[in-house]
Design a protein around this ligand. Structure first.
Ligand SMILES: [Zn+2]
Length: 450
């Protein structure tokens, strides 16, 4: 079949073959700018291609992936059990495969869930997992190489070209290595002690920079900037998707005098989505096949909310296929007015962040975050601890107007949670962060024995 040069690059044929660029010599050398350049060049174009063309590329990439997973014992077993065969189309095969839960992979022997021949060309990583054990996984160089360009496109889509200041607790595989400055931060609570370092950074990067970090970190930095009257040349603020309320977005934009964009990513499956200039979240469909499914794991039509499943094309050492990322969302089918043809997704929340109450009532933590967002002067930080089916401790770092608003906050929580809810407010100076350094908004501190 005829493929254009651009398609050949996306499909990693010919000159863009991974066989060449993941050789030990080239991958670790300055030559890795070449595939980065080629991939970025094509990805900047392919986001505007026809749907038909994008879907054809996805089919090719799925076919290629399914061919490769036979090197992984775990996937060989899954494919055999699912009863799929080579005569089926890639999407048919996909629909027959079960959903992969993280807990199905945690604790499995590495040689069972990986392609042994790629171990030498892979980097280890783990998710700290705010609930439960860390999950150790591998990302191979094939995936990292493509991911460099996927992340490069995310930043270029802001329309601004500045150095990227990346606030992180530890490095991350597959993040663009080109023009980025790594700003090490232990965690959320250390930001207020690093204000002088930020000021120094502002002096060094006087012409401006793109600030990227967890949502809670960027919001916290804005708080410190406002409190201390500091200005930094932040041209774009970029945050990782979760927990960005409209009021947080407006707050960061006002204090930092900047425009804020979100991206959608997870450590295991990489950089899945990015916001365009119209602030719609486009899926990186050249990198991953994303499904929104119902309770029977069947794909839902656009406009219906469901669980998000992800299949990534490039990570061959440890494939993630129909991987349940733990989020819910809604896929949009209408094309975005920005001209990009990549489908858009509205993130609805993390399934792990649903608060379960009496009478099988569940409340999304995101809804509470939205509501509390309009009480910024009363609540500077919060953590909701569920101590029983309808009892909660609200740990709060109070702001100046907390006392004045306490009654309406009580009423708000009753309205949001449950008519019989009991709230105990606990005022504190600081709220501990998670191991990853992120802020922790919710803790379930009781056994649900229903
Ligand atoms: Zn758009």
């Amino acid at each position: 079949m005829f493929t254009s040069v651009s398609e050949a690059i996306l499909l990693k044929h010919g000159l863009r073959s991974d066989r060449i660029w993941t050789s030990k010599f080239l991958y670790r050398s300055i030559f890795r700018h070449i595939p980065l350049f080629l991939d970025t060049y094509v990805l900047m174009k392919s986001q505007y291609w026809s749907r038909e063309r994008i879907e054809r590329i996805q089919d090719e990439r799925l076919k290629d992936l399914f061919h490769h997973v036979t090197h992984v014992p775990y996937w060989r077993d899954v494919f055999n059990t699912a009863g799929v065969d080579a005569s089926m189309s890639p999407r048919e095969i996909l629909s027959k495969l079960p959903v992969t839960l993280k807990k199905a992979l945690v604790g499995k022997r590495m040689d069972y869930i990986t392609d042994a021949s790629l171990l030498a060309k892979s980097d280890p990583d783990y998710t700290s997992g705010s609930t439960g054990k860390p999950f150790h996984f591998l990302q191979d160089w094939h995936a990292s190489l493509r991911s460099f360009a996927v992340t490069e496109r995310i930043f270029r889509s802001t329309g601004k070209r500045f150095p990227i200041v990346y606030m992180r607790a530890r490095p991350r595989n597959g993040f663009t290595f080109y023009r980025h400055v790594w700003f090490y931060i232990r965690g959320y609570n250390s930001i207020r002690h690093r204000v002088n370092d930020f000021k120094e950074l502002g002096r060094q990067l006087r012409k401006g920079f793109i600030l990227y970090g967890y949502t809670s970190w960027v919001v916290e930095l804005a708080r410190q900037m406002e409190k201390l009257g500091i200005e930094l040349p932040v041209r774009v603020a970029m945050v990782a998707g979760e927990h960005l309320t409209e009021s947080d977005r407006a707050y960061v934009e006002r204090v930092m005098k900047t425009e804020l964009f979100t991206l959608y990513a997870s450590r295991e499956v990489g950089f899945l989505g990015y916001e365009c200039e119209l602030h719609n979240m486009h899926i990186s469909e050249e990198w991953a096949y994303v499904e929104v499914v119902d309770e029977n794991n069947l794909p839902l039509p656009p406009g219906r909310e469901g669980r998000i499943l992800v299949t990534t094309f490039d990570n061959r050492v440890m494939p993630f296929i129909r991987y349940e990322i733990g989020d819910t969302g809604v896929m949009t089918d209408s094309l975005c007015a920005c001209g990009r043809t990549l489908r858009t997704l509205t993130f609805k929340g993390r399934t792990t962040e649903l608060i379960e109450l009496e009478d099988s009532r569940t409340v999304s933590l995101l809804d509470i975050a939205y509501a509390l967002g309009s009480y910024r002067d009363s609540i500077r930080q919060y953590q909701i601890i569920q101590t029983g089916k309808v009892s909660f401790v609200m740990k709060v770092v109070p702001g100046s107007s907390f006392d004045a608003h306490k009654e309406s906050l009580d009423a708000l929580m009753v309205r949001l949670l449950h008519p019989r809810v009991r709230i105990q407010w606990e005022l504190t100076g600081t709220i501990p962060e998670a191991k990853s350094g992120k802020a922790v908004y919710f803790i379930r501190d009781f056994e649900n024995k229903s």
